[in-house]
Design a protein around this ligand. Structure first.
Ligand code: GLV
Length: 323
């Protein structure tokens, strides 16, 4: 009897080149929908699989490991963040988990800077006024925003992406850098950075950019009390995970004009309903979670994802293990 090919459930179409490499080595079932598989479809799809290629919208928890069965060797997340995966449960069952760090750092940092600029200079609301035919003339006091040069940037979580954002804004706009982090960081090019508490960072920064993982400790980290510490002229940017901000508190804070504006690439849930106040507030810009969305980045993520899967199936260390 020929040995059976390993079976993989791929929860969405990803860039094809690397998927084809996987298909040569494994029997792949690729979820055809544009939307994620429902919970029932996910549980049915993983049954009997040796590997799962998951996205951040797929909750990979004990029920999924159970539905897959004891032969499951590896889960490869098409993302750097793995808050959708129960890592403790994976470890308990001896299932390797991989992610896609580094390759998306620059693309995501670019989106954080784009959001920061867009929120500071009111690009969405002012651009909408042109589209809607409301713009009548150049106005001396119309659409005033805030400057970046020489202002204070606060980075919450000075990891790879936080540091890349800081490099852009410190190097390009001469910003003074504060950061909050579990430990002291010494990063080339960012030697002048000052580590402060989160409360100090929020109170002193003109621009705050969130780059922390979503964990039980960071869920709702930016709550009403902390938002009230921010300057009324400050801009808040989030490219990490929506759950890091208490969104109801943010709605109230933006309505009260403190902070002045927000730029969000992530929300909870994704997408927000179109009538959610954050979607309609003029001082909030929301993007559809496009931090890593460049052709080259998504391709590089696919390459790592497939490498992780193939290594895991072969019982070898993953190229990018999460644990
Ligand atoms: C996207 O949010 C990722 O974690 O890669």
């Amino acid at each position: 009897m020929p040995e059976r090919l390993p079976r993989i459930f791929v929860t969405r179409q990803i860039p094809p080149t690397h998927l084809q490499r996987l298909q040569r080595e494994a029997d792949c079932v690729i979820w055809p929908g544009q939307l994620p598989p429902s919970r029932a479809d996910l549980l049915a799809g993983v049954a009997g699989c040796d590997g799962i290629l998951s996205l951040i919208s797929d909750r990979i928890d004990a029920a999924v490991f159970e539905a897959a069965g004891p032969q499951l060797k590896v889960v490869s997340n098409y993302a750097v963040g793995v808050n959708n995966i129960d890592l403790a449960e994976a470890a308990r069952r001896g299932v390797a988990v991989g992610n896609t760090p580094d390759v998306l750092t620059d693309a995501t940092a670019d989106i954080a800077v784009a959001l920061l600029l867009a929120a500071a200079r009111r690009l969405q609301a002012s651009g909408d006024s042109v589209r809607q035919g409301e713009w009548k003339t150049w106005e001396p006091t119309g659409w005033l925003g805030c400057d970046l040069v020489g202002r204070t940037l606060g980075i919450v979580g000075l990891g790879r992406i936080g540091a890349a954002v800081a490099r852009r804004l410190v190097g390009g706009w001469g910003m003074r850098l504060l950061y909050s982090s579990r430990s002291d960081k010494r990063i080339e090019g960012l030697e002048t950075a000052r580590r402060v508490t989160l409360d100090e960072l929020l109170a002193e920064s003109d621009f705050v950019s969130l780059h922390t993982d979503l964990t039980e400790e960071t869920r709702g980290l930016i709550d009403a009390r902390r938002l009230a510490l921010m300057k009324p002229t400050a801009v808040l940017v989030n490219t990490s995970r929506g759950g890091v901000i208490d969104q109801s508190a943010l709605v109230e804070a933006l309505r009260g004009g403190r902070p002045l504006a927000a730029g969000l690439d992530v929300t909870d849930p994704e997408p927000l309903p179109p009538d959610h106040p954050l979607v309609t507030l003029p001082n909030c810009i929301i993007l559809p979670h496009i931090g890593s969305a460049t052709v080259a980045t998504r391709d590089a993520m696919a390459e790592i994802c497939v490498d992780n899967l193939l290594a895991g199936l072969a019982g070898q260390p993953l190229r990018c293990p999460c644990s």
